[in-house]
Design a binder for this molecule. Structure first.
Ligand SMILES: [Zn+2]
Length: 513
């Protein structure tokens, strides 16, 4: 709350100075001569943006006079990017997100096991960017069934590892009706603590009983909330990713709650177009449901993963050559190579190129989708310790944690069939629109209009690019061509340098006593 106190102080001083005449600055900050783009209204023209007290108060072709001015000539001035799929929730990840143009990175896919602990963490940590979360059905199960307190994020607190060592009942215990009310109570507690929605990453615990999944979604209705899902199952062969999405569409319709379906191409693979058709058919019948995608063709894995046994070639629709060694990038030569690794070096890191470019482009081209990075926390020699001072490039993990949004903008530049306004909408207005009935703070985000919150991303459409890659040492290189990012009126990326300030606010529902 430091932010708003400062903003009020600034506003009082501006008011006093304004009264004195010619030297007055009308705005705290002016962004001049940029191509201002607003996906809600379709506004797209060169204009000047005036910001006061953290809000956009003027968009005009007149000269505006600010205490500070950013010259955005040749740049696009867009709403700040909103990402509902940001698992990296620590200062290192937030620095990378900021360089990638993201102003509101939330984890609505896994969500939080303890919603209070999540918000307390960022309150204490001085968040650079806006933050928010859902209550996690998965992590509530870890708490209830495995007896491990998840803390602010089970990946960072080690609760996930502890639950796995402990037998991982959350993903192995068969449905027991007696567990259901206890799990319901724990999910409800998260909603009372101001969770935005309920997250169902069911793909990680396909054992969960269908009656429990159905009952928990009823709580979303009770709290005027929504659900998200990484659905059960994956790929092309039944039980497929398509079947998993069918299940959750039925749950959402039965309980009458909106739903976001995460990473459709990586879930549906060759059935991506069919999965998107399914979502559009549900929309046509009045269901509020949207899909999400990220612009990468591979996921990270290891040789001994369950899904690389059995008929993995049919499930993923790939051959041995589509699997590479993470360390060297070298493709496997034969099925025997994989069997040898499973026998002799089961922990070997692999990249599985299971998604095709045409599937990403299919998702990109549909009006029903938004972009979500699925940014995983970066790992260091000493673990998931992404503090502020770790250098860019030092973190190991999937490149999408650093480059998703700049890559989307680069794809628009390199592909005539993609529209820049659509791409911006999928990273701003699209997510805001989905969530705003349930999180009113988002009604004035994801837009660039007079009255919007000044969450703004300024990028050069001719040069913006991701720089992270799958090569070791390059996984966490920041994007470039996004020289300025503004959060609640404060410049958090200034001439491509991340500033260490506490600009973010909590995006949270009211707490119910
Ligand atoms: Zn997922």
């Amino acid at each position: 709350m430091k932010t708003s106190a400062l903003a009020i102080a600034a506003s009082l001083s501006v008011a006093l100075v304004t009264g004195t005449g010619a030297l007055a600055q009308d705005y705290d900050l002016v962004i001049s001569n940029g191509r201002v783009m607003d996906p809600e209204t379709g506004f797209d023209q060169v204009a000047n943006v005036g910001i006061n007290n953290g809000f956009v108060t003027e968009i005009s072709t007149d000269d505006l006079n600010g205490a500070r001015e950013i010259d955005a000539t040749g740049h696009v001035v867009a709403p700040g990017f909103i990402d509902f799929h940001s698992h990296g929730q620590e200062p290192y990840a937030f620095r990378l997100y900021a360089r990638d143009g993201v102003t509101t990175p939330m984890d609505l896919e896994l969500g939080a096991g303890s919603v209070d602990a999540f918000y307390d963490y960022w309150e204490a940590e001085d968040a650079l960017l806006n933050y928010g979360t859902s209550v996690s059905h998965a992590f509530v199960r870890i708490k209830v069934l495995d007896g491990v307190e998840p803390g602010y994020n089970p990946i960072y607190t080690g609760a996930m590892g502890a639950a796995m060592r402990d037998g991982a009942l959350f993903k192995t215990k068969l449905y027991d009706p007696l567990d259901e009310p206890v799990i319901m109570d724990a999910v409800e507690e998260g909603l009372k603590q101001g969770a935005l929605g309920i997250s169902y990453p069911l793909g990680y615990y396909t054992v969960a009983g269908s009656p429990e999944v159905m009952a928990v979604a009823g709580l979303a209705k009770k709290y005027h909330s929504f659900i998200t899902t990484h659905a059960r199952y994956i790929g092309n062969v039944p039980p497929s990713g398509y079947l998993g999405i069918e299940e959750m569409l039925t749950v959402a319709r039965t309980q009458d709650v909106p739903m976001l379906v995460h990473h459709i191409p990586s879930q549906c693979l060759r059935l991506t177009g069919k999965c998107l058709d399914l979502i559009e058919a549900a929309q046509a019948q009045g269901q509020k449901v949207i899909g999400e995608f990220y612009p990468y063709l591979y996921g990270g894995s290891y040789a001994d993963a369950d899904y690389l046994k059995g008929d993995w070639k049919s499930v993923f629709g790939i051959e041995a050559k589509d699997i590479t060694l993470s360390e060297t990038g070298e493709p496997l030569a034969s099925d025997q190579d994989l069997r040898d690794l499973q026998a002799n070096a089961p922990g070997t890191g692999l990249l599985v190129y299971s998604i095709r470019q045409e599937e990403v482009l299919e998702a990109f081209s549909r009006p029903t989708t938004i972009v979500g990075s699925d940014a995983m926390p970066y790992q260091f020699e000493d673990g998931f310790t992404g503090d502020w001072d770790k250098p860019f490039g030092a973190g190991n993990g999937h490149e999408r944690g650093a480059g998703t949004h700049a890559k989307i903008l680069r794809m628009v530049r390199e592909n005539d069939s993609l529209s820049l306004m659509d791409a911006i909408s999928k990273m701003t207005y699209g997510p805001a629109k989905f969530i705003e009935d349930h999180a009113p703070q988002m009604k004035i985000r994801g837009r660039l209009q007079e009255g919007s919150v000044a969450d703004i991303t300024i990028f050069d459409p001719e040069t913006v690019t991701n720089n992270s890659s799958s090569k070791a040492g390059e996984n966490s290189l920041p994007s470039t061509g996004i020289p300025y990012v503004i959060v609640n009126g404060q410049v958090v990326v200034d001439d491509s340098v991340v500033q260490r300030i506490d600009a973010g606010v909590a995006i949270r529902n009211p707490i119910v006593e």
